[in-house]
Write a protein of this length. Structure first.
Length: 727
């Protein structure tokens, strides 16, 4: 009986305390396989740290949590002995100082991890110039163990290639999220500053583990309340929670704040009262948040106010805010996502036309924050022509981690492949090799500042991102912002190992599945350079026929130009001439016959019977791509089905079900688009490819009145607040 009870107890103790549901992200720290435990245990026996600070404490507690979990026995604070992990900076730790480590090139945030000897004991040293560097190094050390890398003879030095690595949350103050597909906002402003729930800290740990060092907390289509004294007070409490993890807070600022909040008659940046207002507002924020990061501003875009309302340039608008921030070291991220309903120019050209002449006119503490492509986070876009064309301006790359145009919650599309496509894109700005990565890391034009921004996919869903695999996009964004040269495969391997299992059979099957998911979505939604074929408002599902929206450039027909002759947007010199915004070698390529077919319909208008490289007509090729997309998703589904033995029930079955939804919706995309395009091409389906099962009217009639993430949030009027005394 006793033996039975003991055995039962043992079983209970070894079963994880809670089922896997994704809440722990890639920081699960589950016990390693028995076979390797014996190798690792002697290499991490205790944590030795001298000095104390909130960031060092965070590093210590992460190591304690991580090592104790992974090694399946308590690993706590100790003294130097064989296997100790010695952490710190030369400034606060005499032990580290005594080692005379080469830390100078690591900057403020870099770290060094080295197997070393202290007092005759074999130890691992995690050292940096700052406590936050120590925290980053601790996460990196844990990652090595989490991914079963050898840790006995380490000599690793790492420093971020980009200085600012930011998430932009598009969260509204009422808890909804524009383009959010993972529940409601994690920011519970109503209970702040008194109640600061545990998820802020978990989010901070996750961000720090991949090096994200700033977040802007509210929608860029901004609510002026965010700048009110009341909300800055709440933000200060959030900043206190995030600070130990090296994360600064930023705010999306509404350009009309001097009028709405400050009750001035104008927000004209040339007006001295407006300048004084921004200064007073900013000074007041810094009194409460001394390390406040700065502002993100969406101006004169999609109805947002901006300097153009006063006949001022984007630079004049950015600079008035930058001048207020400069004495405090704050930054303005001024978004380049502008297009105007009054401008008939090809939308793809408008941002470049507006910003290029302003190169050199922005203050040093301004970034022009530019989306990866010139339209809007499409499944595939050529890189934005502004990269490489603004040598005297700090350019930040903005990518979307939330999947507005990539199937939203349920489509598995591994975004680091897309991010890499852009980072590795050659702008030819200074000859071959002038990649976007070199533009944004400052090296191409010799800028000190550098930044990459991701539109967050985090919500209050239990698993944070709505789908298990969307966590990889958050993870991968951070890893690439730290080191853009990492490969999408390596990032997938790390993330899978930390999130699921390091079993090679699993990685060998799932990495290729993740990598090809990126092309799959392009194939079944917008192959061969098609873009913006999405249903109205929520962008969920296909709507290539939509032509009734107020502004031409909101309509999918504006982008596909389908008619009886052919398909595609002529952006060559005989059309909108957007190709001329690229460096000459690219301009020639994109307007000529050798254009890569993946970008064909983005830049050129092509007859339905045009011969493609495959020998097929455009029409046949289009159909083949749609069907290839579906076939790839079917393969992904099969791969995942075979992974059942490797994955816990909840995460496996959610992913399996989502893949089934993805397959169904890929088919829907294909059928709806083919039904529409066929009404122009009038060509037969190529042999072996079935026609859509329904007529076009059927697909047009499908509606989703309550699809999530729509941008129709309206902020509460500010005028019912009598006074907003700034501190
Ligand atoms: O991608 C588009 C979205 C809008 C968004 C806008 C932007 C916040 O459809 O919802 O608004 O871009 O980036 O400003």
């Amino acid at each position: 009986m006793f033996r039975f009870l003991a055995a039962a107890l043992l079983v209970l103790l070894t079963v994880p305390a809670r089922a896997e549901d994704g809440y722990d992200l890639w920081l699960r720290y589950r016990p390693m396989e028995a076979a390797v435990l014996a190798q690792y245990r002697p290499l991490a026996t205790a944590i030795v740290s001298q000095g104390a600070s909130p960031s060092l404490d965070a590093a210590k507690s992460e190591l304690t949590r991580g090592l104790s979990g992974l090694l399946d026995r308590p690993v706590g604070a100790g003294t130097v002995a064989d296997g100790a992990v010695v952490i710190g900076t030369p400034g606060s730790s005499p032990l580290i100082a005594g080692l005379k480590l080469p830390l100078t090139n690591l900057g403020k945030e870099g770290y060094l991890i080295r197997s070393s000897s202290v007092g005759g004991h074999a130890v691992t040293v995690i050292a940096a110039n700052s406590d936050i560097g120590v925290l980053y190094g601790s996460f990196a050390f844990l990652r090595l163990i989490q991914t079963r890398q050898p840790v006995a003879r380490l000599d690793i030095a790492s420093a971020p290639r980009l200085k600012l690595r930011l998430l932009n949350h598009w969260d509204n103050l009422d808890g909804t999220i524009e383009r959010g597909y993972a529940g409601r906002s994690i920011f519970d402003w109503n209970k702040m500053p008194d109640y600061m729930g545990p998820r802020y800290t978990v989010m901070a740990r996750a961000n720090a583990s991949v090096g994200i060092n700033g977040i802007s907390v509210n929608n860029v289509s901004a609510d002026v309340w965010m700048l009110s004294s009341m909300y800055i007070g709440k933000l200060a409490a959030l900043a206190d929670v995030l600070r130990p993890y090296g994360i600064r807070v930023y705010v999306a600022a509404k350009f009309s704040a001097p009028v709405e909040l400050g009750r001035l008659k104008t927000a004209d940046p040339a007006d001295p009262q407006v300048q004084a207002w921004w200064k007073k507002e900013v000074d007041s924020i810094y009194r409460r948040i001394p390390d406040f990061g700065g502002f993100v501003v969406k101006a004169n875009s999609e109805g947002q106010p901006g300097p153009r309302d006063y006949n001022r340039t984007q630079a004049e608008g950015a600079n008035v805010i930058a001048d207020a921030l400069a004495p405090h070291g704050g930054i303005v991220f001024w978004r380049a996502f502008v297009y105007s309903e009054k401008d008939p120019t090809d939308r793809a050209k408008q941002a470049y036309n507006e910003f290029k002449p302003l190169d050199g006119k922005f203050r040093d503490n301004v970034f022009v924050q530019t989306k990866n492509g010139a339209i809007d986070f499409q499944p595939r876009e050529p890189a934005h022509p502004m990269f490489g064309a603004m040598p005297k301006t700090n350019l930040a790359l903005e990518v979307q981690i939330t999947k507005e145009y990539l199937g939203q919650t349920t489509h598995l599309v591994y975004l680091p492949v897309l991010f890499k496509e852009i980072l590795d894109w050659d702008t030819f700005a200074k000859g071959q090799g002038s990649t976007v990565a070199k533009v944004i890391d400052g090296s191409l034009e010799g800028h000190d500042q550098s930044a990459m921004v991701g539109v967050s996919n985090i919500g209050d869903d239990r698993n944070w991102t709505g789908a298990q695999f969307s966590q990889a996009d958050w993870y991968g964004f951070g890893r690439l912002a730290w080191e853009p040269s990492l490969s999408a495969e390596q990032i997938a391997r790390e993330w899978l190992g930390m999130t699921f299992t390091n079993d090679p059979a699993f990685a060998n099957a799932v990495i290729p599945m993740m990598i090809k998911s990126r092309e799959a979505v392009v194939d079944y939604m917008t192959p061969l350079g098609l873009h913006h074929q999405f249903a109205t408002g929520h962008h969920y599902g296909p709507g290539p026929w939509v032509s009734d929206l107020a502004r031409p450039e909101w309509n999918p027909v504006y982008y596909n130009h389908a008619d009886a002759q052919g398909l595609g947007f002529d952006r060559t010199p005989s059309g909108s001439d957007a190709t001329s915004q690229y460096a000459p070698p690219l301009a020639r390529l994109f307007s000529g016959p050798d254009i890569p077919e993946r970008d064909l319909l983005w830049f050129q208008r092509v007859a339905w019977d045009h011969r493609m490289k495959s020998g097929r007509t455009l029409w046949d090729e289009l159909v083949v791509h749609y069907d290839t997309g579906i076939a790839t998703v079917a393969e992904m589904e099969k791969t995942w089905a075979a992974m059942k033995p490797h994955v816990d029930e909840e995460r496996w079955s959610q992913t399996a079900t989502f893949l089934a939804i993805q397959k169904k919706e890929a088919q829907w995309w294909r059928d709806a688009c083919i039904a529409y395009f066929e009404s122009f091409s009038r060509m037969p389906m190529p042999a072996g490819h079935a026609p859509p099962p329904h007529d076009l009217a059927y697909y047009k009639a499908i509606t989703f009145p309550y699809a999530p993430g729509r941008p129709d949030y309206t902020s509460a009027p500010f005028h019912n607040r009598p006074n907003d005394p700034m501190e």
